[in-house]
Design a protein. Sequence first.
Length: 183
Amino acid sequence: MKFLFDLFPVILFFAAFKLADIYVATAVAIAATFLQIGVLALMKKRIEPMLWVSLAIIVVFGGATLALRDETFIKWKPTVLYWLFGAVLAGSTLLFRRNLMRSLLSAQVQLPEAAWSRLNWSWAGFFAFMGAANLLVALNFSTDTWVNFKLFGGIGLMLLFVIGQALYLARHLPEEEAQEGKP
């Protein structure tokens, strides 16, 4: 359910684009992100920092798209978001010697230090790749192709990456944790 909730603005953006145009879709994505935060606030749930960052970026880039009637800005939004996430993961390790993936997940999973390091760097690299892939599609293909890639390509690549990460992590789980996941 959380997965669908997280994808809510992207799905609405896609639908609005197919029904109207990029400008309506951009306005819908901005409104949907505000709505996400509002729902979480009403439910008294924690609003993740990533959601606040996403809201700020969609407001800035989506707002520029609407104000200037230039779709270039909304096409840059995913790249900026991906590269920001990648930079935060890499920067926290390089500058502060802090592994953010371990900070986020250590309560759920126990891993050797080398596995945490690979996990952190692989996510930083994946976000760098996704930002570049978004730009490649945005700058070389039609807006319709980019919108399709944003939903289906982005989700598909993320799903493949997460499955790969799960397979990698499974090799490093202590035996009792690995056994708990089996029927």
